[in-house]
Ligand binder design. Structure first.
Ligand SMILES: N[C@@H](CCC(=O)N[C@@H](CS)C(=O)NCC(=O)O)C(=O)O
Length: 255
């Protein structure tokens, strides 16, 4: 018996569907992706920003098919194959793109200390905002929602203080923006169901979020909201069976 997530809508829609259609030719880099996944969108936005050639292959990671498990034994998207090697973990993939394609537009600053600062901001996001976002989704009682919403706000206020503007590191869209933007694209779920409001975080946050979600690479890698509703409804009812949902329920770190 499988899990309900095995029946998610099978492919990208809207602008993302058009982009997928342009990336079907065989390439050295095969990108195993799920249209709905924020971690996939990180890697996908980076590929687009850098103009790296890739072949897009849609995977339903909830089905745990043997071929996909042979690429990523954790059974998570995104993953990729590059010249006979299998790689995964969205943030590792961002670093890989920087290292393997040096002639492309950099997403990390040139100065080593500035690179470290960018990585620290990303690390902080992964440890605070993203788990808080994930914990707020299934919270039902109003008091619990208020407390968890505050955790989201606190993480974002801390992040906002570092925004140089208009993007996190200044004039250039960078890996820090890539690492957070998929959750900005999806924060309407918290706004519609959990009382979240960008303006309640801070004016800097609202201006930043309103800007980055309109970036071309972000729009082009976003599917229509229609089929995301099913996925997020399961999170909101606390019935999701993804590895992240199971980890959050058990009080463990998300994989
Ligand atoms: N830490 C991983 C997380 C990836 C992840 O959780 N992907 C989800 C989809 S958004 C997945 O593949 N889930 C399959 C499952 O939960 O079984 C990364 O950064 O790439």
């Amino acid at each position: 018996m499988g899990i309900p997530e095995e029946n998610i809508y099978p492919h990208a829609t809207g602008a993302a569907e058009a982009l997928v259609a342009k990336h079907q030719e065989p390439q050295d880099l095969v990108f195993y992706a799920g249209w709905f996944c924020p971690y996939v969108q990180r890697a996908w936005v980076a590929l687009e920003e850098k103009g790296i050639p890739y072949q897009y292959k849609e995977v339903n990671p909830y089905k745990k098919e043997p071929h996909f498990l042979s690429i990523n034994p954790k059974g998570l998207v995104p993953a990729l194959e590059y010249r006979g090697k299998a790689l995964y973990e969205s943030l590792v993939l961002l670093e890989f793109f920087e290292d393997a394609f040096p002639g492309t537009k950099p997403l990390l600053p040139a100065d080593p200390a500035d690179r470290a600062l960018a990585r620290m901001a990303i690390d902080q996001l992964n440890k605070t905002f993203i788990p808080a976002f994930q914990r707020l989704l299934p919270a039902k009682e109003p008091e619990k929602q208020a407390a968890l919403r505050e955790e989201v706000y606190e993480a974002l206020r801390k992040f906002s203080k570092g925004i140089k503007g208009p993007y996190y590191l200044g004039e250039e869209f960078s890996a820090v923006d890539v690492a957070i933007v998929p959750w900005i694209v999806r924060d309407y779920v918290l706004a519609e169901h959990r009382g979240y409001n960008r303006a309640d975080v801070s004016p800097q946050w609202k201006a930043y979020a309103d800007l980055v979600e309109k970036r071309e690479s972000v729009l082009n890698t976003s599917s229509l909201r229609d089929h995301l509703v099913d996925i997020y409804d399961r999170y909101l009812r606390n019935e999701a069976m993804s590895q992240a949902a199971i980890a959050i329920r058990a009080g463990r770190a998300i994989p």
